[in-house]
Design a protein around this ligand. Structure first.
Ligand code: ADP
Length: 393
């Protein structure tokens, strides 16, 4: 096709555009007389309609060719008179002999705005791809809505189960604490009563009962803490806390563990006292969890070093060890409740995977944080930051 130059005039240009139209497989047109009979149609008009109507198109009534226009005569008259700018029919479907469906859209506009007697221009467009995409979008949206409803229901069910679980765990942990206290108390008494020269085995077994009952007590307390945290019922009892003393207190309970494993438990405290507003018991719990982890996950004869200093309005406590260390993937999950690394599970170190979750939640409840740096096989450093002054509530 020869492309017209700009000075070849509007008629040549219009003819060129009309040819472009006709060459397109998606667009066709028909010129309609005011009585809605076809005056002229582009050669691709009949094929686009997928109609078996006999040629020529000229002289045929629009409503005979396209029954969807039956009843639209008034609206078309409004377009003809200039009352309406356009009349549209969308998503008209036609079944092809091979069973597939094509979709068509029609637009009717005045052929010439100034002369109604010039009739109308009908532009037909094949919109199968767009319509199918639209339909798929609507279908996907409906499926998504259905999934959202299902998700909300599953969520509600999970919350209900979670409440039941919390209720059961709290009840069981409370009920178990009483007999446990008796076991601990009586085994302690037995250790006091048994004369030193008494059978070694009896003292040894009683000591095991006592230490295991103590461990079980700690585990129950941990489970109760997790429940309290998850239900948002954690309450802090704030007072002036000397952090150096809290570090020492936490370490006192762990010296025996370090001695038994031949681990060095080192401490570096500043000369000046570091005082913060905090819940003393909970701060000790944070430190105890981190230091005991350092001892648990470090090979015999390694070290755990605890240091305290102040920086940018915060008290900073580092708990560093040269133990198992972790990969970055493991570090990502470290503070999730009940998470334990494979190495920890395989090691002789016992645990339930809740200590770090509790420690992090407690630090955050004090407007502080816990961060970790670690390299597998080379050790880890946990850093606790607590504000020197509590922000105003
Ligand atoms: P627990 O020690 O009872 O398993 P924690 O919540 O205290 O639970 O710790 C979660 C996991 O993080 C541990 O099981 C262990 O895999 C890993 N972990 C914690 N501290 C250390 C550490 N200092 N070195 C190496 N791994 C650690």
């Amino acid at each position: 096709m020869i492309r017209p130059s700009l000075d070849s005039g509007p008629v040549a240009l219009a003819a060129y555009v009309a040819r472009l139209f006709c060459d397109s497989h998606r667009l066709a047109y028909a010129h309609l007389a005011p009585d809605l009979k076809i005056v002229h149609a582009s050669p691709n008009f009949a094929p686009l309609l997928t109609t078996a109507a006999a040629a020529p198109m000229e002289g045929q009534a629009l409503t005979d060719l396209l029954e969807e226009f039956v009843g639209a005569e008034e609206a078309l008259a409004a377009v003809l008179s200039g009352k309406e700018a356009v009349y549209r029919l969308d998503r008209i479907n036609r079944q092809l002999p091979d069973g597939s469906t094509v979709y068509l859209s029609f637009q009717v506009i005045p052929f010439n705005d100034l002369y109604p007697e010039a009739g109308l221009l009908l532009i037909a467009e094949e919109t199968t791809t767009e319509t199918q995409l639209e339909q798929r979008l609507v279908q996907d949206r409906n499926e998504l809505r259905l999934l959202q409803v299902e998700l909300a229901q599953a969520n509600e069910q999970l919350q209900h189960l979670n409440r039941l679980k919390s209720f059961f765990v709290s009840m069981a942990a409370h009920d178990m604490r009483l007999p446990l206290t008796a076991i601990k108390g009586y085994s302690e008494m037995l250790l006091d009563f048994l004369p030193n020269e008494h059978l070694d085995k009896q003292r040894h077994f009683t000591a095991i009962i006592h230490s295991q009952a103590h461990r079980l007590g700690q585990l129950l307390n941990g489970l109760l803490d997790v429940e309290q945290i998850e239900q948002g019922k954690l309450v802090l009892k704030l007072s002036e806390v000397n952090l150096g003393t809290a570090v020492q207190e936490a370490m006192n309970g762990l010296n025996v563990m370090a001695l038994n494993r031949n681990l060095s438990l080192l401490v570096e405290l500043p000369e000046q006292e570091v005082q913060i507003q905090a819940d003393a018991e909970r701060v000790e719990q944070i430190l105890y969890n981190l230091i005991s982890n350092g001892l648990k996950y470090t090979r015999d004869e390694g070290y755990v070093r605890v240091s305290l200093h102040c920086q940018n309005g915060q008290a900073v406590i580092d708990v560093a060890d040269n133990g198992l260390g972790m990969t970055s993937e493991q570090m990502d999950k470290l503070f999730e409740p009940y998470y334990r690394t494979d190495e920890a599970r395989k090691s002789r170190a016992t645990g339930a995977g809740i200590g770090l979750f509790i420690a992090k939640t407690l630090a955050e409840a004090h407007h502080g944080s816990i961060a970790v740096e670690s390299k597998r096989g080379q050790g880890s450093t946990f850093t606790v930051r607590l504000p020197l002054r509590q922000p105003l509530p």
